[in-house]
Design a binder for this molecule. Structure first.
Ligand SMILES: [Zn+2]
Ligand SMILES: [Zn+2]
Length: 427
């Protein structure tokens, strides 16, 4: 079912666009309705070579009083009047030189668990693919079905990230590798001797052309042995570049930063949750996985210093700033301490949860929901779970009697604007 999908074209296109970001550019001012004349020299007495139209940009080679010496996209060298052109602000100053891109972050209603699909024209990314209560595979896999419903053209996932090796995050992963060409996998490297994580590593090992990254080492070979009843044997992994704090380019104007990446053998794998900040155009989205602030306590309690929330507040407070937050650990009282949420400063919060209890607690906890509501809009994937099982309009497999599928949440970034809404009927 897999197809090669414009791989080399996409890379060349991305490379060209990234080069453009480095250069100085001018564009017609807002007063220009038709075009700016491009002349042979810095004078209106020289010949007309071409025209620069609204929306087009030209690279600045040099400048003289009153004129920019520019090169057009087709290679034409000429001069444009400074009266009719503006230099575009430098990248990194808060504005991208390229046209604002649109991005969508889908928090897929997988039932009890988490799966976040991020898409743009130039890349696609999946952060987790798991569920505790919807374990269908093949065409019934809700993650695959959802991506097919919203992006029927998609064949390639540039990045697949597993936040941590718990069932409710990993279980639906193998189909993702079967259906899509996966180019990069990011996994802390913390081994959980479960069938779900074993199937995940085997899917990676069997994926042609994939690069596997962990938080352990670069360019080494690791062997991981499993002894589960449903998945066993030794998986050999070749590590690519080790995860670092440095941003990973995703596409035009987009990058991701792994704020927390740690392969230590924490007693609870939630401590391994890769916390990712997506920088998409002028907006940021923070994906917290099951990152915690400590034991179950009131949100007003400061996070433990050695927890993920506590550590990030201590080392990297400014890095946490984001416009939207996919809330940690399904809205549990173990996470989302006020100090952490306030450092993030988001106005959009998405909680992914379902009916399956965690150690007898059904998440999210109401105190967390209320704390978030005081700070912004709250979206939840678990609203209609009881009625959702037989809903024929839900996204993904219809009428499968399993919860999930009714309350998918989409965060949209259109240029500088960010908003969120439910996506309840895409098929
Ligand atoms: Zn979880
Ligand atoms: Zn977990």
């Amino acid at each position: 079912m897999k197809r090669l999908f414009l791989t080399s074209f996409s890379l060349v296109f991305a490379a060209l666009c990234l080069q453009a970001v480095e250069a100085r550019e001018v564009k017609p001012t807002e007063r220009v309705t038709t075009a700016v004349i491009v002349r042979q020299g810095p004078s209106t007495n020289t010949a007309v070579l071409s025209r620069l139209r609204p929306g087009e940009a030209a690279e600045v080679i040099d400048e003289v009083p009153g004129w920019y010496h520019v090169r057009l996209a087709d290679g034409t060298d000429g001069y444009v009047s400074k009266t009719w052109t503006n230099e575009v602000a430098e990248a990194g100053a808060g504005e991208s030189l390229v046209q604002p891109s649109n991005y969508k972050i889908h928090v897929i209603d997988v039932g009890t668990g988490l799966a976040v699909f991020v898409e743009s024209k130039n890349f696609a990314l999946l952060y987790d693919a798991g569920s505790q209560d919807d374990l269908h595979d093949g065409d019934e896999n809700r993650v695959v079905a959802y991506i097919h419903a919203v992006r029927p053209d998609l064949r390639r996932l540039d990045h697949v990230i597993l936040s941590h090796p718990h069932k409710d995050h990993v279980q639906l992963m193998p189909d993702v590798f079967r259906v899509f060409d996966v180019k990069n996998v990011w996994d802390s490297g913390r081994v959980n001797n479960t069938d779900g994580y074993c199937h995940f590593l085997k899917a990676i090992a069997g994926e042609p052309g994939v690069t596997y990254h962990d938080a352990i080492a670069s360019n080494q070979t690791r062997s991981v042995s499993f002894s589960g009843s449903g998945c066993s044997g030794t998986v050999v992994l070749h590590e690519g570049e080790k995860m670092t704090a440095a941003p990973v380019a995703l596409g035009i104007g987009a990058s991701m930063s792994m704020l927390w990446r740690n392969a230590s053998n924490f007693a609870d794998p939630n401590g391994n949750s890769i916390v990712v900040r997506l920088d998409l155009g002028g907006n940021r989205v923070l994906l917290a996985g099951d990152a915690e602030g400590g034991e179950r306590k009131s949100p007003s309690t400061p996070p433990d210093a050695n927890s993920i929330e506590g550590t990030l507040l201590g080392c990297c407070r400014a890095e946490l700033k984001a416009d939207a937050l996919v809330v940690g650990h399904h809205g549990s009282l173990t996470s989302s301490r006020n100090a952490f949420i306030d450092a993030v400063g988001a106005r959009i919060f998405v909680i992914s949860s379902g009916p399956h209890p965690y150690r007898s607690v059904r998440l999210p906890d109401e105190e967390i929901v209320q704390a978030l509501k005081q700070r912004g809009e709250v979206f939840r994937t678990d609203i209609d779970d009881d009625a959702c099982g037989a809903n024929t309009h839900k996204i993904g497999p219809d009428n499968d009697e399993d919860p999930g599928g009714c309350d998918n949440v989409v965060i949209r970034i259109d240029g500088s604007a960010i908003s969120a809404q439910y996506n309840r009927s895409a098929d």
